[in-house]
Design a protein around this ligand. Structure first.
Ligand SMILES: [Zn+2]
Length: 148
């Protein structure tokens, strides 16, 4: 694994377009640090102001410390002061099938995203699946728990 090329970042998107967002996620997978799984993943998150914040999976030789692309994108966005999101795309460019977010990422999506927010996930092909945050994390009865 050499130094990654700079891809993704904070490019603006006027209106969340699934295919454009998936394209950004696919590009962001190029920044993946995945020397153990060899399974790069990218994510692209759209904010209400049109800013797109991307993330990639980042692994560690202590395997349990790995962070998925979706959480990398959300944590980056929250660290930049963003708190509201309109859509997220996840792309696994080496997968034959679209791969949905893992349980940990679903929980983090549920913390910051409304239940009706779309989540698009794709593999190497052009097919993708759309599901809402609420479909991925059903019965999230504590989603309004936060006080501030
Ligand atoms: Zn995950």
């Amino acid at each position: 694994m050499g130094k990654p090329k700079q891809r993704g970042g904070c490019l603006s998107m006027r209106k969340p377009d699934p295919e454009e967002l998936i394209s950004r996620a696919r590009e962001a997978a190029g920044n993946s640090y995945s020397p153990y799984s060899l399974f790069p993943v990218g994510a692209a998150l759209v904010c209400p102001d049109g800013i797109v914040i991307t993330g990639a999976n980042v692994e560690n030789r202590s395997y349990g410390l790995a962070c998925c692309a979706e959480r990398s994108a959300i944590f980056a966005a929250v660290s930049q002061g963003k708190r509201e999101f309109q859509a997220i795309a996840v792309c696994c460019p080496k997968s034959d099938v679209p791969v949905s977010p893992c349980g940990a990422c679903r929980q983090v999506l549920g913390e910051f995203c409304p239940p009706d927010m779309p989540v698009y996930f794709a593999g190497k092909g052009s097919d993708y699946i759309t599901a809402s945050v609420g479909e991925l994390l059903p019965h999230d009865s504590l989603h309004n728990l936060k006080k501030a």
